[in-house]
Write a protein that binds this ligand. Sequence first.
Ligand code: ZN
Length: 252
Amino acid sequence: MAKHNCAICGAEVGLISEQKLADGNYICRKVCVKKCMKIFNKVEATLDSVKSHIEQVEYGTKVWNQIFVPLKKTKKKEEKMKQFGKNGQLYVSPSTGLVALTENRYKIFIFGKSTIACVYRLADLYGYEYESEKVKNSDGKEETKHYCVLLFHNTPGMYEVRMEVRSREYEDMEKYFNTQFGIQKTLGNIKNTWKQQINAAKAVAGAVKAVKDGTVDDAVAENTVDALDAAVYGDRTEWIAKADAALAKVAK
Ligand SMILES: [Zn+2]
């Protein structure tokens, strides 16, 4: 039987103790696989993506402990977090502009649990789509599992999160995120959406004019893209500022 070495820690691994990655590398299940979140797809991962995911979990867990754990006990209404997911694994903190995906690790012989986390900026959330899957449960009956697939921009490591949600929970999540980004097309919000669309139209008109004049430059092009993004995805400026202010306080 061929022996391999873990491409991260160097430990010798065999058929049962190894995890093969998409690029042909092997990592050890005993230590290095455990540094990844369970929902991180190792089969499709490369050594580079595993390494950046491990960094993401190490940093995220630090942020979780320093920012989210104290916030769980807050009495202030404006600091309250929103929790989503089948196990309540996703925490959204509007007061800091951060999102934490958590996983609890239970110690078998020692009482207690520990939590690892990936932390994202809410501003980088650019997709939240519904997915379902039919599976056979242990009684052989078919059941439907529900998922929300989150997609984060500007994120090294795990940037696509396929999290299991409760039945019909997705609608609540979609509505919640749309509201946070001001892209909900309800009567109360239509003014805001309309304003963004006007800004987008103006920016596009400006870019068209600039092309005609031969004065198009990067700044004009960038303004256009930003305005279009704001119309489709909502204006993220304040969310970016909030998240970066919160993350700047995280101790190394
Ligand atoms: Zn290893």
